[in-house]
Design a protein around this ligand. Sequence first.
Ligand SMILES: [Zn+2]
Length: 107
Amino acid sequence: MKMNKEERKEKRNAYFCQKCRRAYITVDIDEGTTPMIIHCDACGSYAISMMYNVPGVFRFDFSGGLPTEMTPDFEFYKPGQAEYAGLLPSQQEHVDNGGLLMRKREI
Ligand SMILES: [Zn+2]
């Protein structure tokens, strides 16, 4: 059964950089594969996937007393036709193989 965007639950993941200890929170908004490692913007090293085993501290912010859902840093998505046409051949191949692209989350 195919679900539409409203019904589908976003898949949350996190990436952790072992060098500078920064964590990146991500969500998959489409079906597809995501990388094991992403570039760490903070130190130039790499952040490693938590394989969707995301602890509650990367899901909720408890600083206000009650838990509130934290905003992800990035989202993984499937590009539309226009964006796909403008991608590099290597990126198109990645998408053709079921890979998602990453962009900054903007809400
Ligand atoms: Zn880092």
